[in-house]
Design a protein around this ligand. Structure first.
Ligand SMILES: Cc1ncc(C[n+]2csc(CCO)c2C)c(N)n1
Length: 246
């Protein structure tokens, strides 16, 4: 696994003249960024080795989390400084609250999960920590704080989605569609927009704000890893020491 870069953004730019702010965020988020985007769970989605039990655990947790993501996007629409940004974020919010719900319902049916289970499921501790960081950063923090968390969540999914889309399609529709959803051009365009938005704003922030944004992106990367790990193993993973009290 790659080791983290621990310098500032200007230091990173002197060493890598073509580097963007988002490249610095990824470099600072290692080894968690790679551990999340290359998690065995993400490879199993595309290679036919996914146990039903693990995928069921994952979807039940993810279904609860999508509600929190919708709240996050609401905060970001409110805080975005420009109309063009509000347009992008609200279009994604509309997608998230319509088509995606249908995917979950069809998948639960195929996996034999009754509505009484997925409608009332309480979030496990990892999902709660993940959703809390996302919602509180967007709600209580600044626009760049919330954007950094959204960037991590969506870019992580685009990264594994594009990789798994190179493999032959899995038989189960819920696996094939989950890959498609994260590898289609519309999703890629949205993630590229978040990357560009962050690359535009990041360099204008104070050193303290840049540092905080990078710590949020790093913390989110660790929680994305933990989210896959919880689904994959059926156990709650311990978070690394550095994230325990923040
Ligand atoms: C834990 C977790 N992290 C990120 C995503 C990514 N994500 C959330 S909504 C959405 C839009 C289209 O699916 C995407 C990519 C997820 N699902 N679950």
């Amino acid at each position: 696994m790659p080791t983290p870069y621990d310098g500032s953004f200007p230091q990173f730019q002197s060493a890598h003249p073509n580097a963007a702010f988002s490249d610095w965020l990824v470099a600072r988020a290692e080894p968690f960024w790679s551990a999340a985007t290359e998690h065995p769970f993400t490879r199993a989605i595309g290679d036919g080795s996914m146990p039903d039990e693990a995928y069921t655990r994952y979807l039940i947790e993810d279904y609860t989390f999508v509600t929190d993501l919708a709240s996050t996007l609401g905060y970001l629409v409110a805080k975005a400084p420009r109309m063009q940004s509000k347009t992008q974020l609200s279009a994604f919010l509309a997608l998230l609250t319509s088509e995606e719900n249908d995917y979950f319902l069809r998948s639960f049916e195929a996996l034999g999960v009754p509505a009484s289970t997925y409608e009332t499921a309480a979030q496990g501790p990892t999902t709660r920590a993940f959703a809390d960081l996302l919602v509180s950063s967007a709600g209580k923090g600044s626009y760049p704080d919330g954007l950094a968390c959204l960037l991590c969540a969506e870019w992580c999914y685009l990264t594994w989605g594009r990789r798994e889309a190179q493999k032959p399609k899995p038989e189960a529709f819920y696996l094939a569609e989950w890959i498609d959803l994260h590898a289609v051009p519309g999703f890629e365009a949205f993630v590229n927009w978040i990357i560009e938005e962050m690359n535009g704003i990041g360099p204008t922030l104070s050193p303290d704000d840049q540092d905080r944004v990078s710590r949020l992106f790093r913390h989110m990367s660790a929680l994305e890893f933990a989210f896959f790990e919880a689904a994959w193993t059926g156990k709650t993973p311990d978070l690394p020491e550095e994230f325990r009290q923040s």
